[in-house]
Design a protein around this ligand. Structure first.
Ligand code: ATP
Ligand code: MG
Length: 261
């Protein structure tokens, strides 16, 4: 066994990531796996190297968002598959921002895929796999005390700021941001005041991206629709963002290790 690999306490293992204790107060490790799931785990596959790509892409995006004043959980990347993050109390919502109609919005309302919305829509889904993450409104969220009114304001404001920023970032690399999913969590400062910060990840697993010239799909829809070329699509997004690690360029994808980079 390699001497620097220590046994760590696992906090949670999800579909795409594992959370570990970091040994530092308030901080945990987020490890990105190669597992891909869709349709509430009904479909599963391993996409070699996806975890590495998502780790780098999410790092870049979270870094840029901090730069424009959006508070995030991201502290620093530790290695190819892991990052140090602030531990939050996750608000049990998937916050979805849509610019163009796709996916469940189309099936729910009978819309055609690709319809450009006249303004962005912010939607909330209750994070509960057993219930299939149902759509909820502010009324449900407030009445069930999942978030307070001021927290909802902060979530919506930040979601729209993130949308403006990411739309511009991607349009500069010939990508159209169709929609994306965010998660937010609470942290407490030294005076016991809570603040809502951006958590989880932002990667091609959690958004829909299209090439602005060809319309080519460059995100998890390739997996959902059995189109193949999933890894290549994620690599292309990473390449355009300028975050592709050299090892991946050379076709060497590190295993689930803790190799320093
Ligand atoms: N900063 C954070 N603090 C605490 N938990 C976090 C933080 N960021 C993300 N998480 C949680 O860590 C888990 C990440 O794992 P993963 O995305 O694989 O889960 P999942 O299988 O998609 O399940 P879930 O439906 O809970 O997201 C998620 O439950 C997510 O809400
Ligand atoms: Mg998740």
């Amino acid at each position: 066994m390699l001497p620097f690999i220590k046994k760590r306490t696992k906090i949670y293992e999800g579909k795409a990531k594992v959370l570990y204790e970091s040994g530092q107060p308030g901080l945990i490790i987020q490890h990105f796996k190669d597992d891909a799931t869709a349709f509430n785990r009904k479909k599963h596959a391993i996409i070699e190297g996806k975890g590495v790509l998502n780790n780098f892409i999410s790092e870049l995006i979270m870094d840029k968002l901090s730069g424009i004043g959006v508070p995030t959980h991201f502290v620093r990347r530790l290695n190819m598959r892991e990052q140090l993050i602030r531990r939050t109390e996750i608000i049990p919502l998937e916050v979805v921002v849509r610019n163009i109609a796709a996916g469940s919005l189309c099936s729910r309302l009978g819309l055609e895929e690709g319809l450009v919305l006249s303004r962005p829509i912010v939607e909330f889904y209750y994070k509960n796999d057993e219930l299939g993450d149902p759509l909820v409104t502010d009324e449900h969220i407030l009445a069930l005390d999942w978030a307070a009114p001021h927290e909802m304001n902060s979530i919506v404001n930040n979601a729209l700021r993130i949308n403006d920023f990411l739309t511009g970032l991607f349009s500069g690399i010939q990508l159209i941001l169709v929609d994306f999913k965010l998660e937010f969590g609470r942290v407490e400062d030294e005076y016991g005041e809570t603040q809502v910060i951006l958590a989880d990840e932002i990667s091609p697993d959690s958004m829909r991206l299209r090439d602005s010239r060809s319309g080519e799909i460059l995100d998890k829809d390739r997996f959902r629709k059995d189109m193949g070329g999933v890894k290549e699509a994620y690599q292309e997004v990473a390449r355009r963002l300028g975050v592709l690690p050299k090892d991946i360029l050379n076709g060497i994808i590190p295993p689930d290790g803790e190799t320093e980079n």
